[in-house]
Design a protein around this ligand. Structure first.
Ligand code: ZN
Length: 356
């Protein structure tokens, strides 16, 4: 009952939003050099020109639905070794049928090609920058800046909604979760909240205190949010693995969200009573050594609980990192390697109540 009422309400809101959809025209939809007529799927590249360093070609797919509707951007692979997020969007490239879609889907399956090819976690090895920290980008910076600039212009500015996909990197044992970043604009926040509930991941971080400067929005989803486009971040997968269950979470979540946005027929599958997390606490290593975890991804810990220990290369225990607050282990360092300043774990602190 509650669910159908919610569905009715969301339908009204989505319909109210319709007149401003960017895809009102039914001509070919072009992103980079991918051009798809209504009812077609096209592939191509966002061509990042060479500048102070090498250029790159970022693959893009446009699925232009047979019926009119909004434009949804699905972007992944900013971190090219968060494999589940990449494989899930690859699956969607094959599965999404333009004949069934109302609106247009822009899919970017791999932003950071050098990271993927060279198996380098966290950064673009061309300029050593994270490809989700330099938005909205600039035309004359290093490769990451130029790629971010192009994605802002060609993907964010052309979309009505955006989903950014991440996961545990090669050295991160991560349990699935999503981010919802409220902006203070009621209608936009209502839609983005419906998106994150429809996506269905059972732990949701309420991401407060984000940059508000359009010229320094840093994150991709924040860049979209600041431009008035409801957006969410979703994370699944861990430590180089590609497990079927993790891929399914991201694929099914996307389909359910597209249903909530009226881009696919059928009812969305909302998560009921997710765990809302009010903040993330980083546990940072005080020194180098060998890491021995005592918790797993998803473990709930009490304040003060030992998360693991660190030894020197002679086996002597030198550090015993503890939980600064009670919470859930969102991710924990998955490998023995540790240097000073490394992130040992991220804890999500459970919110005292669900957001209104
Ligand atoms: Zn990532």
């Amino acid at each position: 009952m509650l669910r159908s009422f919610r569905f009715f309400l969301v339908s009204l809101i989505i319909l109210a939003f319709l007149p401003i959809f960017a895809s009102a025209q039914r001509s070919p939809f072009v992103v980079g050099n991918a051009s798809a007529a209504p009812g077609q799927k096209a592939t191509g590249y966002l061509e990042v020109p060479a500048g102070v360093d090498a250029g790159t070609n970022i693959p893009v797919v446009v699925v232009n639905g047979a019926k009119p509707g909004p434009v949804l951007a699905l972007v992944t692979g900013a971190h090219g070794t968060e494999y589940v997020s990449i494989i899930a969007v690859e699956r969607l490239i094959v599965d999404l049928d333009p004949a069934r879609i109302s609106g247009t889907v822009i899919l970017i399956p791999l932003v950071n090609i050098a990271s993927f090819e060279q198996k380098v976690p966290h950064v673009n090895p061309v300029d050593n920058k994270s490809m989700n920290r330099f938005y909205p980008g600039k035309a004359d910076g290093t490769q990451t800046d130029r790629a971010s600039f192009l994605i802002t212009k060609q993907v964010v500015d052309r979309s009505d909604y955006l989903i950014d996909y991440h996961g545990g990197d090669l050295d991160e044992s991560l349990r699935p979760y999503a981010y919802w970043g409220p902006t203070g604009k009621d209608l936009q926040d209502h839609i983005s909240k419906e998106m994150v509930l429809a996506f269905g991941l059972d732990h949701i971080i309420i991401w407060h205190d984000r940059p508000t400067d359009l010229a320094a929005s840093r994150y991709l989803d924040n860049t979209a949010s600041l431009r008035g486009k409801p957006s969410i971040v979703v994370e699944a997968g861990h430590a180089g693995t590609v497990e079927t269950d993790d891929v399914a979470l991201l694929v099914n979540g996307t389909v359910s969200t597209m249903r909530a946005l009226k881009m696919l027929p059928g009812e969305p599958n909302y998560i009921e009573h997710p765990v809302w997390l009010e903040k993330i606490v980083d546990v940072i290593s005080d020194g180098p050594g060998i890491w021995y975890p005592l918790v797993k991804r998803g473990t709930y810990v009490q304040e003060g609980m030992k998360l693991g220990y660190v030894t020197d290369f002679f086996g002597k225990v030198i550090l015993e990192p503890r939980a600064p607050e009670a919470g859930v282990v969102l991710h924990v360092n998955a490998v023995p390697s540790l240097k000073k300043g490394d992130n040992i774990a991220n804890l999500g602190v459970v919110a005292s109540k669900a957001p209104l």
